[in-house]
Design a protein. Structure first.
Length: 426
């Protein structure tokens, strides 16, 4: 008995065979290619050659090709990495090295490919429990040193140093508020300064290698990139306990009294944070942080319970100071102040200070979307304040050239809340 196969079935079989086999490779790198593969570009890194390869196959039900790209790494004509999702040479080292993202067992892993004693090494980089979740290969932050942040909701990153190859998984920074992008590291890499944003930071914090988190230190607005600003203003030094801490290179002039130092933050935020509270020692000097047993019950609407009490009696705006809080504003970090006087009394004293200093401002009775827009002009700083406008019947709102605040009743007293800090317009 004879069986006659339909023509379309024969065509399908041919397509399957062609798809499995692919076209034979051609060109100068054909010996390192499989059927269906083609070299799109080539990079030479010392003894290494990186082939950017396209693998093309034919779909069984169409004549349209499908495929994907990857990198293949050769060492003196021998394949050392068959397939890497991405590669990048590590420039500036004494010998060639290549980062490679490889997928063993369906898991993405970061590797460094380099030469040692005349042999190729493919070294997996152990990046800790959080692993490596980026699509790039970190950034150079010093000779032979790269920083890999973890930007997918976790607070840990890691450092890779060469050579010899050394990986340091960084301790986590505060999660809430999120302050965990590396701005500086101590000379012996035993402590770290984290910022909330490397491009436009509003706060820094010191974290030691054991994970001990220091106090958040709000810094002046519009300071530029975090690392450049830190290097220009701070230095590393050890405190009396032998732990790493930071201190300003050249402290600015201090206000004459502690009361005026507090007031400055709510009158001229740039001067207030720059001269007094943008300093590790000054920020903590004279204050005791209060322990918080139940953060969920914390009465402050802050993102995280950093609450301080003065070690000695002090006044601000004609009232006794009860507490100071670290908080997150519409556009960064700031402090809030709890006083023992009524909002009307504090508001009157605040007006008197503003008038006496000849600081322009919008008083509560003049605050509106239109007036704020005209006062601050266009830009994201104005928008931050406009979006933060609250019910004027429950608070007194003031808009100054560098800060917007509201004064409202709190626990038989008053709290001055910082709504937004911003650089003065020029």
């Amino acid at each position: 008995m004879h069986f006659f196969l339909p023509l379309n079935f024969l065509l399908v079989c041919c397509c399957l065979l062609l798809g499995a086999c692919g076209n034979p490779p051609t060109g100068p790198y054909a010996k390192w290619l499989n059927n269906g593969e083609k070299v799109r570009s080539v990079k030479e890194e010392g003894p290494f050659t990186i082939l950017h390869v396209e693998r093309r196959s034919e779909s069984w039900d169409s004549f349209h090709g499908t495929g994907y790209d990857f990198d293949r790494i050769l060492y003196h004509g021998k394949v050392v990495v068959q397939e890497a999702h991405a590669t990048a040479p590590w420039k500036g080292l004494e010998k060639p090295a290549i980062f490679a993202q490889i997928y063993p067992d369906a898991k993405s892993r970061l590797n460094l490919v380099y030469e040692r004693d005349g042999k190729p090494i493919v070294k997996n980089i152990d990046a800790g429990a959080d692993g490596w979740t980026q699509y790039d290969f970190g950034e150079a932050i010093g000779p032979g040193l790269r920083y890999f942040p973890n930007l997918h909701g976790r607070t840990q990153g890691f450092l890779v140093r060469a050579f010899p190859l050394e990986v340091t998984v960084l301790p986590p920074g505060p999660r809430n508020p999120a302050i965990w992008q590396l701005a500086s590291l101590a000379p012996d890499s035993k402590a770290f300064v984290y910022a909330d944003d490397l491009e436009s930071p509003s706060v820094v914090v010191v974290v030691d290698e054991g994970g001990k988190i220091g106090e958040p230190i709000p810094i002046p607005t519009q300071t530029g990139k975090a690392r450049m600003w830190f290097d220009a203003h701070f230095k590393w030094q050890k405190n009396v306990t032998g732990r790493w801490d930071i201190a300003k290179l050249a402290p600015g002039p201090e206000p004459s009294t502690s009361g005026s130092a507090l007031e400055e933050m709510f009158l001229d935020a740039d001067a207030g944070y720059r001269h007094c509270f943008a300093d590790s020692i000054a920020c903590r000097g004279g204050w005791r942080r209060e322990p918080v047993k139940d953060p969920e019950a914390y009465e402050c609407s802050c993102a995280f319970p950093f609450q301080y009490k003065p070690l000695q009696a002090m006044q601000a705006f004609g009232a006794n100071v009860r507490e100071m809080w670290y908080t997150r504003t519409a556009n960064g970090s700031a402090y809030e102040l709890v006083l023992d006087a009524s909002p009307d009394r504090v508001g009157s004293e605040l007006r008197r200070k503003l008038d006496g200093r000849h600081i322009s401002y919008l008083a509560p009775e003049k605050v509106s979307r239109a007036s704020v827009e005209a006062f601050l002009e266009k830009g994201r700083w104005r928008d931050d304040w406009i979006y933060a406008l609250s019910d004027q019947s429950t608070s007194l709102q003031f808009v100054m050239p560098t800060v917007a605040i509201k004064v409202e009743a709190f626990k038989q007293g008053t709290i001055i809340r910082t709504i937004a800090r911003y650089p003065a317009k020029h």
